[in-house]
Design a protein around this ligand. Structure first.
Ligand code: PRT
Ligand code: ZN
Length: 300
């Protein structure tokens, strides 16, 4: 019989921009799961981990209420809900464990090209449409700007042409939507990306082992994304120049090369991406037969 108390629950977006990347991250951590008949729960087959597929807006609340131990959502939603919870008297609703480096976007002002308002300095007395009223009000009050905030749950960019607002404050990634609506992107008030959230409640001893393992694996997956394993041949004397050229490189493994006294093979893990310029510079200091391989898994 399955003991539900020992199973970790992770809330992720059911269907949207974050779903594929969130599932990919968990799969890279080794999770295999089957999706239940109602599609709302994915049962982990090889780990004591279950997935809850929900709207992204519901994720912070599920983590705050300890319905889920972990959750993945954009900082835009996490911060908006944190301010909303705070207004209801609930402080520190969850712990932000780490950024996950996907779902990047920014919450920015958008000024209609033909409009009189073109900068934060002109916002006093204006009407601003947004889906993020708490973040926006917080920003305005910190700058002592008094403006009317109109909440739009979607299609914020059409608010000015409907005559509902002078300015908008909305998420932007490529900038195409604002441009298509003749809105000029202005100042950013929040840089966002996906964040891993953890319940504010202490994890029960039954779950600790798997939560710790999962967090370590997520750390490992994050670390290897840019990491490369580099192999090359080089004169022994070039070793200091070579390590200096490879930022983030761990101390290299130096191996003898059969038939050569002054030349060695160098193997090194580099935690940053390697560009062609670096390879060319390595060649200039004497390296040859340079191979750059992706790293699939790493456990520090
Ligand atoms: O159904 P559910 O509530 O779960 O989904 P949703 O429709 O609320 O969210 P979804 O899937 O659209 O976005 C989920 C998360 O992705 C957001 O909360 C952000 O953290 C992140 N994200 C990254 C974005 C964007 N980029 C983005 N560009 N969310 C929305 N947009 C929208 C933006 O609101 C605007 O309408 O895309 C438009 C602008 O895009 P550009 O490329 O034209 O600038
Ligand atoms: Zn949403």
């Amino acid at each position: 019989m399955i003991d539900k108390r020992t199973r970790i629950k992770i809330a992720i977006q059911k269907s949207g921009r974050l779903t594929d990347r969130s599932l990919d991250l968990l799969e890279r951590c080794g999770l295999k799961y089957t999706r239940g008949r109602d599609q709302l729960i994915g049962f982990g087959e090889n780990m004591l981990v279950d997935l809850l597929f929900v709207r992204d807006d519901d994720i912070p609340g599920l983590v705050r209420d300890d319905v889920c131990d972990l959750g993945i959502a954009g900082l835009n939603i996490i911060e908006e809900k944190r301010l909303e919870f705070q207004s209801q008297g609930s402080t520190d609703p969850y712990t932000e464990v780490c950024p996950l480096d996907y779902g990047h976007c920014r919450l920015a002002f958008g000024y209609p090209e033909e409009g009189a308002i073109q900068a934060i300095g002109d916002l006093e007395g204006s009407t601003i449409a947004t889906s993020y009223p708490f973040i926006l009000r917080d920003f305005l009050s910190q700058r002592n700007v008094s403006a009317q905030v109109v909440e739009f749950s979607g299609a914020v960019e059409i608010a000015p042409s409907l005559g509902r607002a002078d300015v908008i404050c909305d998420l932007v990634s490529t900038g195409t939507t604002m441009a298509a609506n003749k809105i000029r992107e202005g100042e950013t008030i929040l840089e966002s990306q996906c964040i891993l959230l953890k319940t504010p409640v202490a994890i029960s001893p039954e779950k600790t082992e798997w939560v710790d393992r999962l967090l370590q694996r997520i750390g490992g997956v994050m670390q290897v994304r840019e990491s490369k394993y580099i192999m090359m041949h080089a004169p022994k004397v070039a070793l200091p120049d070579i390590t200096a050229l490879l930022p983030g490189a761990e101390s290299p493994t130096v191996l003898p090369l059969e038939g050569f006294r002054d030349k060695v093979a160098i193997h090194v893990v580099c935690r940053e991406n390697i560009f062609w310029e670096t390879l060319e510079a390595l060649k200039e200091v004497g390296a040859s037969s340079i191979l750059v391989l992706p790293v699939e898994k790493m456990l520090a």
